[in-house]
Design a protein around this ligand. Structure first.
Ligand SMILES: NC(=O)c1ccc[n+]([C@@H]2O[C@H](COP(=O)([O-])OP(=O)(O)OC[C@H]3O[C@@H](n4cnc5c(N)ncnc54)[C@H](OP(=O)(O)O)[C@@H]3O)[C@@H](O)[C@H]2O)c1
Length: 338
């Protein structure tokens, strides 16, 4: 089989197309014929700085494909099933940028009939992160489903990002009122297409007064991509018992918070990292995201505010460079059309 492998950290050119034997699934694992490999910022960050523990690494956590074989302890009824894959490469060398990969069966989820492999490969990192951000608040439910967020207001900072898009789609599915910030009119269209009720251009409008105009008492939850930059804004627009969920640190390492203002409102600041979140929360997220897919509530492409960028397997380096360069939308490696 063909697989993209790196044996040392560095720029995208460390990613090499190699020929390898098709792997055997071990106990508790399945062999997946990969259709799509999803690329997220975590994948290029790992490639750049996380030394491959096995001496080699196939990149990319997310993916979709078809189960071809099962290891011991896994029901063979799964052979032939379409699945989406999450955390394929977490503490394992078997990422999804290959024609076949082996994955612990619990990190595969049956892909609902009617959902494309493109949708499947777009789910893992962005949607599971978004689910965590929408459910960590004290006044937010642990689980999402239609009606779960009725009467709640959610602010998604960076509504045209991959996680931002996922947060908008999931929050709308759960019937929240969704406000989103963006930096341009083009990104405003994407956030609106994803389902945001109100879109604020943070370069041209005053976010605090806009949010307060729409939600005078402040929002229940903030999904925050830029905590260093936005901490003061968040403190001005969060409501009583609200929660700010910060899932990125790209804009700066430290955050300064107005303690009294947040203390008076009993506000929670919650930091989110997908890999280390509590197992029960992760399991709930996987189930709820799959339910949203089954409801037809998760979409990809321009009409969902998530333009697709497809690269061939031997273009995985370009796919990584695109994500690293801030591509708007979802970058996928089209490994096979199954
Ligand atoms: N903690 C976790 O488990 C976890 C999970 C997934 C992703 N992440 C991290 O989260 C970050 C985003 O990931 P992604 O895949 O969503 O990337 P992405 O698709 O590139 O989206 C990032 C978005 O943030 C927006 N943004 C930047 N500065 C902003 C600001 N001050 N206010 C509002 N929006 C702002 C960007 O748009 P503009 O610059 O045009 O505003 C862009 O739309 C990455 O650093 C990634 O590593 C962490």
């Amino acid at each position: 089989m063909q697989a993209i492998v790196y044996t040392r950290n560095g720029d995208p050119d460390v990613l090499e197309l190699t020929d390898r034997p098709v792997p055997e699934p071990g106990p508790g694992e399945v062999l997946v014929r990969v259709a799509r490999s999803g690329v997220n910022p975590t994948d290029w960050k790992s490639r750049q700085s996380r030394p491959p523990e096995a001496g080699w690494q196939i990149p990319n956590q997310d993916g979709s494909g078809r189960i071809e074989a099962v290891g011991t302890g896994v029901d063979s009824v799964l052979v032939g099933e379409r699945v989406w894959i999450w955390e394929a490469a977490w503490q394992r060398p078997w990422g999804t940028a290959a024609e076949y990969t082996v994955v612990p069966v619990r990190r595969t989820v049956l892909l609902q009939a009617g959902a494309s492999y493109d949708v499947g490969a777009a789910l893992g990192v962005p949607f599971l992160t978004a689910h965590r951000c929408l459910t960590v608040g004290e006044t937010m439910p642990d689980r999402l489903d239609p009606g779960a967020l009725t009467g709640r207001e959610v602010l998604v900072q960076g509504g045209a990002g991959a996680v931002g898009n996922a947060a908008i789609q999931l929050a709308r599915w759960a019937d929240a009122t969704v406000l989103a910030t963006v930096s341009s009119p083009e990104k405003a269209q994407l956030a609106a297409a994803a389902g945001a009720d109100h879109v604020i251009n943070y370069r041209e409008q005053d976010v605090v007064s806009e949010v307060r105009r729409i939600v005078p008492n402040g929002v229940d939850a903030i999904v925050e991509v830029a905590p260093f930059t936005n901490a003061r804004i968040d403190a001005e627009v969060i409501g009583l018992h609200g929660a700010v969920a910060a899932y990125a640190d790209g804009d700066g390492p430290d955050v300064t918070l107005p303690v009294r203002k947040l203390m008076i409102l009993n506000v929670r600041w919650q930091f989110v990292l997908l890999y280390t979140e509590p197992a029960a929360a992760k399991a709930a997220a996987v189930e709820d995201v799959n339910a949203a897919v089954a409801d037809g509530a998760v979409r990809v492409g321009d009409e969902a505010g998530l333009p697709l960028h497809l690269y061939p397997l031997d273009g995985t380096a370009q796919a990584h460079a695109a994500v690293q360069g801030g591509a708007v939308g979802k970058v996928l490696v089209a490994v096979a059309d199954l």
